[in-house]
Every structure is written in structure tokens, then in C-alpha cells.
Design a protein around this ligand. Structure first.
Ligand SMILES: Nc1ncnc2c1ncn2[C@@H]1O[C@H](COP(=O)(O)OP(=O)(O)OP(=O)(O)O)[C@@H](O)[C@H]1O
Ligand SMILES: [Mg+2]
Length: 312
């Protein structure tokens, strides 16, 4: 089933979210900031096309959730199979990925389709693709280009029709330069390139996401829905979010548990105070926006004094 667009067009609802694994808790993708709205348009353009997709983004930005959305939008009939390349067994990676026939190796009494075979007709999501060993990268490219996979021990290839959605938190072209990534696979993946910006670069998503997670957790924990105080909202918007959306989700969950129902205050967020230099920058920006000439003049004086002290 494809995701439906609810009354709020920025929410993409996953109708069968209950069937998703527990690790994927979201029932919707919140895309409000202009940057993510633009991303959503690109996703809609690419999802139904027969092209592989590379999602670039820091940890916790929502790459897997986006990949699931792409799979649903593509309406491919097969399964969405998610696999982390760093989790492949060092010795049996090839068999895990491409499958094997009965008796292909010790401890293989029956044949296995492998991850690729399980995703036949559907989407294979490969997280941290740069962690795939070089030999398997070349082999994977061969399978995707020819539509045929050789299972270990097989005398004939098996046809496979898989759409690849790969994710990376590092720049693949730098990995190519360093000789760690197959250049042809990088080219193959560059047709459908999506960049999921870090949360600090799409501040417009922060409060909608916080409200969204509050909604989910209050429902699940059967708690009343608290407000987020103005000061707490500011703290959320100014935080750097190194752990991105996952970190925000955890912060909101924690705040909900400690706030005692009524209102979430800044102190409930358990986030470090904004560093002084950043506060000065923000104050300066606010003054510029407000265009208060007196205050700006005073600020300029202070800055000149500081400059003189530093010998400038
Ligand atoms: N736009 C969004 N709307 C709603 N929930 C989101 C959104 N983005 C991320 N999430 C939630 O944030 C958490 C992290 O997302 P996800 O696992 O997809 O990130 P990831 O980029 O794959 O992370 P990692 O790099 O660690 O594998 C999940 O619980 C996910 O449901
Ligand atoms: Mg992930």
C-alpha cells in the first residue's frame, strides 16, 4: 500500500506502520522545513523510476525511514529488506547476500535465497554501503546490472529483480579516491542521489518533529499532552543535534517523563546550555532583525573595545 497524504500535506502517513519492525517506530515522515519539503518533491519524482537511490545523511537523520517511504511509493510488490553492510559476516558475507545452494559449504544442508533473493521484486536497503567489502561491491553491481545472481554452489544463475536503495554517512567519492569504494558502483548509485540534511540545517522540522513525537509517546503511555514552553522551544531550535532526529526523539521522550504533565520547560530537556559565543551570534542576529539602531550602536562600541583589547 502506498503512503497516503493526510489532511496535513507535510505528513506522509504509513498505513501499515504496525507491521514494521519495532526499531522503526515512526508512523509518518515529518517534512515541514523548506529543505525537507524540496527533498520530498525529489523523492516523489524518483520513487517510481527504475533507478537505484543513494541517501546521504548523518546518523539518525531518518535514512531508513525515507528508504521505507521510497519502497512504499514505488509500489513494487516485493518486500523491503533492510541490511547493514557493517553487520555482514566477514567470512560468509557473499553467501548471506547472494544465497547458496544445499551443500555449497559446511553447515548448508538446504539452499538459501540470501538477502538479495528475499528482496526479489522489492527493495534492498543497504545501510552504510561503504562498509561492504570491495569484492562484494563489484559482485553486487554485476547482479544489479545483469539481473542474475549466482548462488554459491549453483550451476546456473537465478534471475533477480531488486531495486537498490543504499545509505551512507560518508562521502562515497572520497572513499573512491581512497581506493575503498568501487568507482563503477558509485556511478551506478549517482543516478538517484538524495541528501538528507542534518537536523540543525532544517530548523523548521525541529518543533513539528518534537510535537509529533510528543503525540506518539503521550498516546502510547496514556499521558496528557503537555505544552512546550517558549523557552524550551528556543532551546530545542538552538541545539546542534549531533544525533539528529533520533536524539530529538529521545530528548522529547525523556522530557515527557520528567515534566509532570503540564508543560515541558527548558530544564526538562536535559540539553547543554547554548555556548556563550553562539548566544552572542544569536543575539546579534536578533538585533539585526529587529533593526534597533541604539542597541546596535552600543553593541558596536563593545565590539570595538574588545577589538582594541586584543590589539586589533
Ligand atoms: N522525518 C521524520 N519523521 C518522523 N520520524 C522520523 C523522521 N526522521 C527520523 N525519524 C525517526 O528517527 C529515528 C531515526 O531514524 P532512522 O533510523 O531512519 O535514521 P538513520 O538515518 O537510518 O539512522 P542511522 O544512520 O543511525 O542508521 C527513527 O525512530 C525514525 O522513525
Ligand atoms: Mg539506519
Amino acid at each position: 500500500m502506498s503512503p497516503s497524504t493526510a489532511a496535513d500535506p507535510s505528513l506522509l502517513i504509513f498505513p501499515d506502520a504496525d507491521k514494521s519492525p519495532l526499531s522503526i517506530r515512526a508512523k509518518a515522515l515529518v517534512f515541514i522545513d523548506p529543505r525537507t519539503r524540496k527533498l520530498r518533491e525529489e523523492v516523489e519524482r524518483l520513487a517510481g523510476l527504475p533507478v537505484p537511490i543513494l541517501i546521504e545523511g548523518e546518523t539518525g537523520t531518518g535514512k531508513e525511514l525515507l528508504a521505507r517511504h521510497i519502497h512504499r511509493s514505488s509500489e513494487r510488490p516485493g518486500l523491503f529488506v533492510a541490511l547493514s553492510c557493517s553487520g555482514l559476516s566477514p567470512n560468509h558475507g557473499e553467501a548471506e547476500l547472494f544465497g547458496y545452494t544445499a551443500g555449497a559449504h559446511q553447515g548448508a544442508p538446504s539452499s538459501r535465497a540470501g538477502w538479495l533473493g528475499s528482496a526479489n521484486g522489492g527493495t534492498l536497503y543497504l545501510d552504510e554501503i561503504a562498509d561492504l567489502p570491495l569484492a562484494l561491491q563489484a559482485q553486487l553491481l554485476g547482479v544489479l546490472e545483469t539481473g542474475e545472481a549466482w548462488r554459491a554452489g549453483a550451476s546456473a544463475p537465478t534471475p533477480v529483480d531488486v531495486r537498490l536503495v543504499a545509505a551512507t554517512s560518508i562521502d562515497l567519492w572520497r572513499a573512491v579516491e581512497a581506493g575503498k569504494f568501487d568507482e563503477r558502483l558509485a556511478h551506478y548509485l549517482s543516478d538517484g542521489h538524495l541528501e538528507l540534511p542534518p537536523l540543525r540545517e532544517r530548523v523548521g522540522d525541529v518543533l513539528p518533529l518534537a510535537e509529533y513525537f510528543l503525540g506518539i509517546y503521550t498516546q502510547r503511555l496514556r499521558l496528557p499532552l503537555p505544552n512546550i514552553s517558549h523557552a524550551a522551544q528556543k532551546v530545542l531550535e538552538r541545539h546542534d543535534w549531533p544525533g539528529n532526529t533520533r536524539e530529538l526523539e529521545n530528548v522529547v521522550h525523556f522530557a515527557l517523563l520528567v515534566c509532570g504533565a503540564e508543560q515541558i520547560e527548558a530544564r526538562h530537556l536535559n540539553l547543554p546550555a547554548t555556548p556563550p559565543l553562539k548566544r552572542i551570534e544569536q543575539a546579534f542576529e536578533q538585533l539585526l532583525e529587529a533593526g534597533d539602531a541604539n542597541q546596535l550602536a552600543a553593541l558596536r562600541d563593545v565590539l570595538r573595545q574588545a577589538e582594541r583589547r586584543l590589539g586589533g
